[in-house]
Ligand binder design. Structure first.
Ligand SMILES: Nc1ncnc2c1ncn2[C@@H]1O[C@H](COP(=O)(O)OP(=O)(O)OP(=O)(O)O)[C@@H](O)[C@H]1O
Length: 756
């Protein structure tokens, strides 16, 4: 490329950076003006004004974040169209606001007009004559590469911007995923921009870009449907916390914040499902039958005694017979109210029975005793009974206890009798037995969510919690007013200051607290994370094949519109409760109403590694398509037997220089391997480190410059879906692959050459 051409692009790119600087400065000025704005002091106005000011400040802050995120690689492409038009493509849109026409100077990559940059081919040029990739370092243009689109280049398998793509794919890994806006491929673009408003399933082999495509789809949808999605939020579900950290920077680098990233174990507010548990137990908990088990467990807590229950009120013994208890239970159940919501009816029914009995006792032996008390007297007796008699409440609590999801579940797991009653025919039921306490597992979380659905709100507790929260807010507001009052007295020596009204003069703590309630200032993601009943605008699930049926039920409740993007690979299912077919996993929720897209090009592994992984894939399922690699490295995967793993690891780490090395070991040997290699059983999972030691489930979705797979035969033998785990392990590398064993190699690895 001629230096003149680079100089011309440099001029344009410098102009764009100049505009970006202007934009940044203007937005920062707007933000500070908004924050300095005086609020009206009239009592009725300031609440609304405060909310409006917050909305404007949030908008400016977000815009500033987007501008900052666009600094690196602001402009990366140019389209020359056959009609003579020319567009530069970049991370955000910039318009010429000095002229009348508001000409686009830079097209946001997500704008419809930018699409040909990703999808135009010789066979289908979309009006494009030339596509140019512009590389920059800082604000300096360092290279330009052009593709001319004509029918002589009509290869259907052609890659878009091959040089730029290969440069991205061969770059060393950093332990963090990067965005791919500069090199999105046509098959990926189709998914990112899909207009489908229901369930979109993206099936793709290892390394086909499912994760990165899902994240860019989130950015695209936020751009295209900003109003809706900023209000309702976008949820991205990933397989584990390490993975969420790995992908955590992609959306911020595209200027998008405020998306909630969570694992299934984090979707029940107030609980973190991170207690370890054997896969066989998680499998039982993930079965769809658990929904019936929980429903039965709730019914089981609605008790009818075998014998009379007695309570003493005012020295008189009152009884509730089993028949009366059964009748109350049937009548209350017939209302079909949820358990906690129905409890006030039980309270009322029990109190009525006991009050009538008590009144009858009072009247015993007195002529016309039945009519001794009028309705008001009965009301008073009932009130006293409920306010003062703990025995009455103890009986109600036995007949129909207030249940939290946590209490229902821990009581169920702790009592074999309760388990047997709720799950009479459930194979593997005994595996569920567990002492109370000790935290929750990821598989417990969908069960807690299901239980919350079955139990409903305990109105009294909810009102008490709301009242407590309100008292706290008022106390806080009082504190704020006290401070403003205090600081005023410090400032009075300024002339005329004493005449100024302070907040405390015009508003009391309670009203001040109310104002703060009006606009909940937390971001959408934060509010959604704290609210179990929040429903999202869009939900993206990565490694979706790993979700159990109970987890699907929970997720579906979070997105009643079913607008979801599910990405995964059926061949990589490792969890024993995970999916073996998309159809089976989704049928209960959407029937056949879902759309499938596949990704077939493997961007991660070189062909040499893919060849080895393909052997495992074919064994797993001969029907599955082997993804096509886009490059070769000339480095063959190898195998070795060694007693000195640390020395091997050190040698391999030396070969990848600044890159990342992962040692993947069987789960049962994880602590031992970490001790051996990094000197600490609890360390070795920090992706910022040059060497990490993980088991296969911990490496799901991640990638490294080099991978050592240790004891593959044990990896296969140990896990529920052994070959799938081996496939995952072999497909984590972008460059080098070594297999370490003690003489026992799974068949597809038997032909590997010895370590050079
Ligand atoms: N168009 C692209 N341009 C540059 N890099 C890409 C492109 N598509 C994918 N990649 C890179 O390929 C690698 C694999 O992508 P990703 O992790 O999204 O694949 P995956 O299908 O989720 O893999 P797996 O299922 O094996 O975890 C990543 O490094 C990603 O950045």
């Amino acid at each position: 490329m001629s230096t003149d051409e680079i100089a011309r692009e440099q001029e344009y790119v410098s102009m764009l950076y100049g505009r970006l600087d202007d934009l940044r400065e203007r937005t920062a000025r707007r933000l500070s003006a908004t924050l300095r704005e005086d609020l009206p002091s009239g009592p009725g106005d300031s609440g609304q004004a405060l909310v409006e000011r917050d909305v404007a400040a949030t908008r400016h802050t977000r815009r500033l974040a987007q501008i900052d995120a666009a600094e690196r690689g602001l402009c990366f492409g140019r389209l020359d169209l056959s009609d003579g038009e020319r567009y530069h493509i970049g991370r955000i849109g910039i318009h010429d606001d000095t002229g009348e026409d508001y000409e686009p100077l830079l097209l946001d990559w997500r704008a419809p007009a930018a699409r040909p940059f990703y999808v135009a081919t010789g066979a289908s040029p979309h009006g494009v004559q030339r596509r140019r990739h512009i590389s920059t370092t800082g604000r300096t243009v360092t290279a330009i590469s052009d593709e001319t689109l004509d029918f002589t280049s009509a290869d259907p398998e052609a890659l878009t911007g091959e040089a730029a793509l290969l440069a991205a794919l061969t770059a060393g890994r950093t332990g963090r995923m990067s965005d791919i806006v500069e090199t999105i491929q046509a098959e990926q673009d189709e998914i990112i921009r899909s207009p489908h408003r229901g369930v979109l399933v993206v099936q793709g082999g290892a390394g086909t870009g499912k994760t990165v495509v899902a994240l860019h789809r989130a950015a695209y949808l936020l751009y295209t449907h900003r109003d809706l999605l900023e209000r309702r939020g976008v949820l991205i579900v990933g397989p584990n916390a390490t993975f969420l950290r790995y992908i955590g920077e992609v959306l911020p680098s595209l200027g998008e914040t405020g998306v909630l990233l969570a694992t299934v174990g984090e979707l029940f507010p107030g609980v973190t499902g991170d207690r370890p548990e054997p896969p066989a137990v998680a499998e039982v908990k993930g079965r769809p039958q658990m929904a019936d088990v929980l429903a039965a467990a709730v019914r089981d807590r609605q008790w009818v005694p075998d014998e009379d229950l007695t309570v003493v009120h005012d020295d008189r013994e009152l009884t509730l017979s089993p028949e009366i208890c059964a009748r109350i239970r049937e009548q209350v159940r017939a209302t079909r109210l949820l358990h906690n919501e129905a409890r006030p009816l039980v309270v009322k029914a029990v109190a009525d029975v006991l009050t009538r009995q008590y009144a009858a006792r009072l009247g015993e032996g007195i002529e016309d005793g039945d009519d001794l008390l009028d309705a008001d007297d009965l009301k008073l007796i009932r009130k006293e009974m409920l306010e003062e008699n703990h025995e009455v409440w103890a009986v109600i609590d036995r007949l129909w206890p207030v249940l939290t999801p946590q209490r229902l579940l821990s009581d169920l797991f702790a009592a074999p009798g309760r388990l047997a009653a709720a799950a009479p025919g459930l194979p593997g039921r005994d595996l569920l037995a567990r002492e109370p306490g000790g935290g929750w597992t990821a598989a417990d979380v969908p069960l807690l969510d299901e239980a919350a659905e079955l139990l409903g709100r305990d109105e009294r507790a909810a009102r008490a919690a709301e009242a407590a929260e309100r008292r706290e807010r008022i106390a806080y507001a009082q504190g704020v007013l006290d401070i403003s009052e205090g600081s005023r007295s410090l400032d009075v020596d300024v002339a005329g200051e004493a005449e100024m009204l302070s907040a405390a003069d015009v508003i009391d703590a309670e009203r001040f607290a109310e104002r703060h309630e009006e606009g909940d200032r937390r971001g959408v993601a934060e509010r959604a994370a704290a609210d179990r009943t929040w429903t999202f605008g869009h939900v993206i699930v990565d490694e979706a094949q790993e979700l159990s049926q109970m987890a699907w039920r929970m997720l579906m409740r979070r997105v009643p519109t079913r607008w979801m993007t599910l990405v995964g690979d059926i061949a990589q299912t490792g969890h024993p409760a995970g999916a073996t077919s998309w159809r089976a996993a989704l049928a209960p929720y959407v029937g056949d109403r879902w759309v499938l897209r596949t990704l077939n090009v493997n961007y991660r592994m070189p062909a040499e590694v893919m060849d080895v992984a393909a052997g495992v894939l074919t064994l797993l399922d001969p029907e599955l398509t082997v993804p096509r690699s886009v490059r070769e490295t000339g480095e063959s995967p190898w195998q070795t037997r060694t007693d000195d793993l640390p020395a091997l690891v050190a040698a391999e780490a030396g070969l990848v220089g600044e890159g990342r090395l992962a040692v993947l070991v069987p789960t049962s040997g994880l602590g031992e391997a970490r001790e051996l290699i990094v000197g600490d059983r609890a360390a070795g999972a920090d992706l910022g480190d040059r060497v990490v030691v993980l088991d296969v489930s911990g490496a799901k979705g991640l990638e490294f410059d080099s991978v050592l797979v240790v004891d593959p035969a044990r990896i296969v033998a140990e896990s529920a879906r052994g070959l799938s785990d081996l496939y995952v392990a072999l497909t984590r590398t972008t460059r080098r692959l070594g297999v370490v064993h003690d003489g026992d190699l799974p068949a597809p690895l038997a032909g590997l050459p010895a370590r050079p």
